[in-house]
Design a binder for this molecule. Structure first.
Ligand code: SAJ
Length: 410
């Protein structure tokens, strides 16, 4: 059989490579010429540990091929972005474009799997789009027993930085438009998933994914709120959390400079958008986490007021530890705002990046080594708990004002 993966990004490419490594023929599709060219050379255009070796092997054995256009396959997996537009409304245009692109190639018996995180109802929407694009086919919402095409939602749940392990070891939720759709999808995931595959309907599967990330967001908001309460009351929040977590039923997460990445800071809005009256706490958690960078900036400004010509070093730009991913990073946002507001001479330290993306070129000369930052800065703002910062000794920072949003020295 042949699997086509539409969207060769952080989820699609690892999934395509893992399936190909099981001996299945995989046809990957992406709209980016650069991505397609890079992959066909056996290389990768994103950063993820060990993915380069897996892609190299899959391409050199001929099991993985990338292209700009789809072609006939037995299974179509959709792993395209679902960002939100202004006003916190989900943008389904990438999914719609993917469905339009594959529609002409669909044949009786094909299975379509939506992996992209999506608002509740999106999988059913795919069936409705296809009913218009391909009136010759019977779709599962029209006749669950006699459908020509199977459609299911199987949300990805891998952690960036551990994608290859988690793709195989995590349990998976398989949500079919009909039970037959779920069974068809189950067979595919059993090819490469060692975790359990749990069947449900498509709407529950969509909501489960949004719930997982909202759960984490709400819990991080609790920690972030605690950190501000503790600053106000002059209590060390890190010590407090350590002590409270000794209770057998308490497990508080870590405060930070805000919540970044392209999942946790986005997905809760999909719930808020579909149930605005009901989703009060989920919305508030988003607002608390989104307000945290501004709070950190105010603290830095206050500290800078004590110096005539303050040199401020921002330690870390990525959205979390030991990765190079800058998407929706609160650390980058803080560094950028401090620099643009002229709060002092602002230095940026990011051991995982040597060249800033095009968009931040104006700040490239701020990017210095940790060593240089430690020599020059009066104020250190710890924004990411990268391993290079964790190994700093108290003596390295003794003479500095330290604003530590991650509790490295706490
Ligand atoms: N963060 C904190 N405090 C914490 C934990 C995290 O401030 O105690 C911050 C991080 O610094 C980062 C953000 O939250 O800015 C998100 O980081 P993360 O490591 O919690 O999650 P992501 O965004 O890398 O991946 C999440 C994962 N979801 C859950 O853990 C519930 C992953 O399994 C999902 O597949 C992924 O979202 C996704 O694609 O949806």
């Amino acid at each position: 059989s042949k699997v086509s993966v539409i969207g060769l990004g952080y989820i699609g490419l690892p999934t395509a490579a893992v399936i190909a490594s099981r001996g299945v023929q995989v046809h990957g599709v992406d709209v980016s010429e650069h991505a397609v060219r890079t992959i066909n050379q056996g290389k990768i255009h994103i950063v993820e540990p060990d993915l380069d070796m897996l892609v190299q092997a899959a391409v050199s054995t001929g099991k993985l091929k990338a292209a700009l256009k789809p072609e006939q396959a037995d299974v179509f997996m959709i792993a395209v972005p679902t960002p939100f537009q202004d006003g916190k409304k989900p943008d389904l245009s990438y999914i719609e474009a993917a469905i339009q692109a594959i529609a002409p190639y669909l044949e009786k018996g094909n299975l379509i799997i939506l992996e992209s995180t999506s608002p509740v109802g999106t999988t059913e929407q795919i069936a409705r789009w296809l009913a218009e694009l391909r009136p010759d086919l019977t779709l599962p919402h029209q006749d669950p027993e006699l459908a020509d095409i199977f459609i299911a939602h199987c949300p990805e749940r891998v952690l960036p930085g551990r994608v290859l392990q988690e793709l195989v070891s995590n349990d998976r939720i398989i949500g079919g438009i009909s039970p037959r759709c779920a069974q068809q999808a189950m067979a595919l995931y059993q090819l490469f998933v060692r975790g359990e595959c749990l069947m449900t309907d498509a709407r529950t599967a969509e909501m489960a994914k949004l719930t997982e990330n909202s759960f984490r967001d709400v819990n991080i908001a609790f920690a972030n709120e605690l950190s501000m309460v503790c600053d106000h009351l002059k209590i060390n929040v890190w010590e407090l959390i350590q002590l409270a977590n000794r209770h057998p039923r308490v497990n508080i997460l870590n405060p930070g400079p805000g919540v970044g990445g392209h999942c946790i800071a986005v997905d809760p809005w999909f719930i808020v958008d579909s149930a605005p009256e009901q989703a009060k706490m989920i919305r508030l958690a988003r607002e608390i986490n989104d307000a945290k960078p501004q709070y950190v900036i105010e603290r830095v400004k206050k500290a800078a007021d004590e110096f005539k010509r303050p040199v401020i070093a921002c330690l870390g730009l990525a959205f979390k530890a030991d990765i190079d991913d800058l998407r929706e990073s609160p650390a980058l946002d803080i560094a950028k705002q401090l620099s643009e507001q002229g709060v002092g001479d602002v230095l940026w330290v990011e051991p995982n990046i040597h060249q800033l993306p095009e968009k931040y070129q104006a700040h490239q000369q701020r990017l210095v080594s940790l060593h240089e930052a430690l020599e020059r800065a009066h104020i250190l703002v710890v924004l990411v708990d990268h391993k290079q910062f964790k190994s700093l000794k108290p003596g390295d920072v003794a003479a500095k004002v330290v604003i530590d949003t991650r509790g490295l020295f706490g």
